[in-house]
Design a protein around this ligand. Structure first.
Ligand code: INI
Length: 161
């Protein structure tokens, strides 16, 4: 299991660069919003804790995880942020739909990273059930939104070096 050994919220704050001059986009899926809302809060709070200004965080809500890529492209066009965090939760059901949504979002986010000179952060929870998702949006394995915010700050700092 990808996160069985890692708490997604744990990091050493001393190693995180200041985000005070950075601009961030966050695109978040409304599907499973009981999962994605705490991820969004975790991401925003973490950016603020590390110095980002509220007016430099641009948030777009999209209907489902399949729309994360289109939402990220819109944010890019409208606000030109230094990094975009993509947050979604796909939970396996009885049909192969799960696989197609995961594949579309994952390939799309990878393509954005390849085509833009900006880091797009992969905050898509892909779980077999709701319990696993709850464990990763503020439960026993931490909050994926926090991990993504830290990753975004680190990637912007890497580019600015
Ligand atoms: N979208 C999600 O973000 N999570 C899901 O679990 C999900 N399921 O299970 O169907 C889901 N489907 C919607 C999809 O992302 C698109 O919004 C829809 O297909 C319209 O394009």
């Amino acid at each position: 299991m990808a996160s069985s050994l890692k708490n997604l919220s744990e990091y050493n704050p001393k190693t995180i660069p200041s985000a005070s001059s950075m601009r961030f986009g966050i695109v978040v899926s409304e599907w499973n919003d009981d999962i994605t809302s705490p991820m969004l809060i975790g991401a925003v709070d973490t950016l603020l804790v590390h110095g980002a200004k509220r007016e430099n965080i641009f948030i777009a809500h999209v209907p489902g995880s399949f729309e994360l890529v289109a939402g990220a492209k819109l944010l890019m066009k409208q606000h030109s942020p230094d990094s975009i965090i993509c947050l979604g939760s796909v939970i396996r059901g009885d049909t192969p739909h799960f696989d197609y949504v995961c594949m579309g979002a994952t390939n799309g986010i990878a393509a954005l990273n390849a085509n833009y000179d900006v880091p797009f952060i992969f905050g898509l929870l892909t779980t077999d059930n709701k319990e696993q998702a709850l464990e990763r949006c503020g439960g026993k394995y931490g909050n994926k939104g926090i991990e993504c915010a830290i990753t975004a700050i680190k990637m912007v700092a890497l580019k600015q070096q």
